[in-house]
Design a protein around this ligand. Sequence first.
Ligand code: GAL
Length: 671
Amino acid sequence: MVKKQTQMYYGADYNPEQWSKEIILEDMALMKEVGVNYVSINIFGWVSIQPNETTFDFTFLDWLIDLLHENNIMIDLANGTASPPAWLVNKYPDMMPMTVHGNRLVHGSRQHYCPTSEIYRRYAATLSTAVAKRYHQHPAIVMWHINNEYTCHIHECYCDRCRSRFQQWLQDKYQTIDELNRAWSTTFWSQSYGDWHEIYLPEQMPTFKNPAQQLDYRRFISAMNLEIYQIEKEAIAAYSRDIPFMTNLMGLHKYVNGFQWAPEMDVVSWNSYPNPFSDMPYPQFLANDLTRSLKKKPFLIMEQAPSAVNWRAVNGAKKAGQMRLWSYEAIAHGADGIMFFQWRQSRGGAEKFHSAVVPHGQPSESRVFKESCQLGNELKELQAIVGTSFIADIAVVFDWENWWALELDAKPRTLKYIHQLSRLYEALRGLNLAVDFVHPDEDISAYPFVIAPNLYSTHASFGDKIKDYVAGGGIFLTNFFSGIVNENDQVYLGGYPGLFKDILGITVEEFYPLKDTMHGQMTFDQQTFTTHLWEEVIHLKQAKVLAQFNNDDLSNTPAITCNQYGEGFAYYIGTELAPADLTVVLSKIIQDNHLEKAAQQFIEAETPVSVSCRQGTGYTLLFLINHTDIDEHIVLKKKGYSLLDEKPLSEIDVLAKDLQIIKILDDQSDS
Ligand code: GAL
């Protein structure tokens, strides 16, 4: 049995290799003041514990782990494989990744290993074994932190080893070369192969590369990194099976297929770096829901900056209160822990101007330090949150493979998956609709409303699933450039959007994309909305029109449609709308179909405050987060009490840039 988390985790990446023992002892006192109960250590510790090939030296780590334990700090222990030591690279320069221009990278940064290097894998496994063997029984260890941010820097390698491994991987996948030729449409441009050895990686080529080859390369890179994760994990699992395994994901990071990786982890976590210049960083808010959705279980914010990062062109500082509010936004959406990168601001190295809980100056004079203390001390009182489940109202389909396919070249290049998702998400959050993300292979039957935004590429089986879902009474919404190709980037013939045209009751004859500077117009419910990026020629088959384009060639032609299919309805939006306009469209769909939101059970009226619910045993936690500049008053439908100050209440003020968490008991018969 894997040990369960019982406390809200709060802490940081801790890199004490960089500091003296005096400073580390000072850190223990400061951690107490901040309320730290969890730190991630040894992430970049390889050379400290294995200074050369034949020596393992755990003296420092032994001391540190005992010290943290004496100070009641739980440990997320990394196996230390994220940055291979110079002695290893010098002995085996061939383990380094190769760029598309044929340059081999050298030592002096981090993540410098080729994803198929047997040497890296072997030495990483040996290190993992040594760490696990030494510490698996230490009572302070509550998590195994494997490697760090796979593919963050290295998401391509074009060495000969990768090429032959790719050929092998393709052979395992397709079995026969004819099958590969079919999947890759190689009759186009005389690209057919007679033998696996003829196949290259999609490296430098004269013009557009084979899209199916590029897609398989993305799958291959994600799979090779997952193999590394599994090798490291297995090395540890030989000693330890009761401590959860995890690696820190990156939310909306393109190169790791999170849905494929999540089953290999006990806990999912991600590193969240919203830009402080953004008032409402929807992509990061979205990534909280996406990360939770990978396992449909609570997740961890494994890293966030207390204030500025060091890697943007302009590294904006988080404003007073911003870090606290955004941390609660993550908690409201399922986070059971908030950790920072990093605990103490480095003195040297590339990240010395990245904010940290303990700054270069005096902690007592630092707003960031004080805000970290405030949050840490609040979280101590919020144990009722741990392990509660997020209550979702609707499902939004997300697929990494679609992201890869949608953004390949030789198609509309201004159409970006995350931009579209983020606009949709903003519109949904404007209605306080709680979102679960689902993979196309998942069971969707429990959700009353499923949205598949810009699902350009998907398996035919997803089309069948949606047909059954809508026929059985489900509400489905999709939009432009969806249902166009299969998983090999081959068009579903017979008219766009091939896979969904029957349930949508339309066909799309031609796309009318708009240039950046162009906008069109659309009429919906007697209102005029501006259209962006895309319009198209839609023909009705069985569907009804809900909105029409108003421009030139497309005047009075359908822009939004609705089709009854069996017991349910399928909606289609043939353009990009601003989030506020999309909110209007979505709210009509919701009203027309009498869809209920979880939040409606608890609050009387619609509110601009962000509302989310988490379900515990016998109670619901209602999170009311006010991101606006105006105080809001909220009347509750049921009695509750405030988790932050324990007051019983039936109505409550949520001050500007502040929040309330209300505990509402399921059984209210005595009250
Ligand atoms: C993360 C990484 C950390 C640190 C941080 C800085 O990507 O895991 O080690 O580099 O970024 O923002």
